[in-house]
Write a protein that binds this ligand. Sequence first.
Ligand SMILES: *[C@@H]1O[C@H](CO)[C@@H](O)[C@H](O)[C@H]1NC(C)=O
Ligand SMILES: *[C@@H]1O[C@H](CO)[C@@H](O)[C@H](O)[C@H]1NC(C)=O
Length: 431
Amino acid sequence: MMATIMKPYLVSFLLAFLIFVVISPAIQADLVENFENLYGEAKGEVSEDFNGVKDEVKSVFNGTRRILRRAPYRGPCKATNPIDRCWRCDPNWAEDRQRLADCALGFGRDAIGGKGGRFYVVTDPSDDDVVDPRPGTLRWGVIQPEPLWIVFARSMVITLKQELIIQSFKTIDGRGFKVRISGGAGFTIQNVNNVIIHSLYIHDIISTNGGTIRDSTTHKGLRMRTDGDGIVVFGSSNIWLDHLSMSKAVDGLIDVVQGSTNVTISNCHFTDHNKVLLFGANDNYMPDKGMKVTVAYTHFGKRLVQRMPRCRLGFFNLVNNDYTHWEMYAIGGSSGAQILSEGNRFTAQNAHEETREVTHRASMNENWKSWTWSSVDDEFRRGAFFTTSGNQHPDLTQYNYGMIQHAPAHMVTEMTMFSGALGRCRVGRPC
Ligand SMILES: *[C@@H]1O[C@H](CO)[C@@H](O)[C@H](O)[C@H]1NC(C)=O
Ligand SMILES: *[C@@H]1O[C@H](CO)[C@@H](O)[C@H](O)[C@H]1NC(C)=O
């Protein structure tokens, strides 16, 4: 069904693109380099099973619901999970920022980001020139060939004119200030490795037109319109996304696709969004069988709808996350994705009995019964339930390097209480 919806769009896009290339000699040499970003029908997938709740899903975005927040914690610094304990309550954290690179756990544990490289300070929040960005801008930093540890001179809002294409061996470290990426394009981590993104607010991300964008000091390329994702990890490995607050992107918050692997998403706080995390975009893209992603110590919060995550083909370890809101489902997948859920807490919303199920399989037949989906020491509240399937005692040897030892699910509130960007963290004080 999706194929018939996508095709006219694809065809007209291809035509427009061909005409564009033919009549525009100036850019003839450029290839559209995110062409594959139309990664298949799956991105536009609508779950047929949920007709009954669609109206409700729409209504949660009216913005009329009262926003309830956990009261901010004002006590002495507490590091409540193994990643945070590695660095957070050291008052001198800013004197050794690169120590953070040793703190990752899960499949992205080897991500070193810009460790060993120089520091680069973003002083200029503008993004006017995506072909020749000015020194001082975030865009200038992320396209450099050398390892860089990127920090910020002050709190700022950066509205990206086009997607921010990040090179290998970069850390974007928002600690010390409130740094928002908002109102424009999101981040693209494409065909690179070793990227760490830490403590940023990323929200209200829109679809941008595309055009010529510099992605390295030696190369600029023609990019087509983006879907409006917060962060796309495409064909990349050793990626760590930690302490991000993300909400309201036009498409997904984070996509991990096209053969990406060794990725950890931790300590994040997601709210106000429909399609949250997409791991693998195409049921037939076999390199995704090697995809390994960890999601840990993350709070899936207010007004989320589905895909926390939505998985295909690979191996996915979900550890000690707090799921407090899902309007459709929390964990979904297809094509034999292997999902190991450990020590998570799932709290169903009372509104719809039919959405108390945590899991959702996109499967036309009974194939899903052989997919290994396991729930180990998870806690279920208000009628939430997880439908397991497949071999409940699989051989995990090949995944051992990235498995996180889970804590009991009752500790999840504590472990996720500092999830999201650390906007009150200041230099010279415990974070
Ligand atoms: C949201 O808007 C729709 C259409 O305008 C309306 O029917 C619905 O009642 C609204 N929901 C809330 C929660 O206000
Ligand atoms: C992922 O990490 C493992 C363990 O360090 C390593 O053996 C493997 O080569 C990595 N894969 C990629 C694509 O980097």
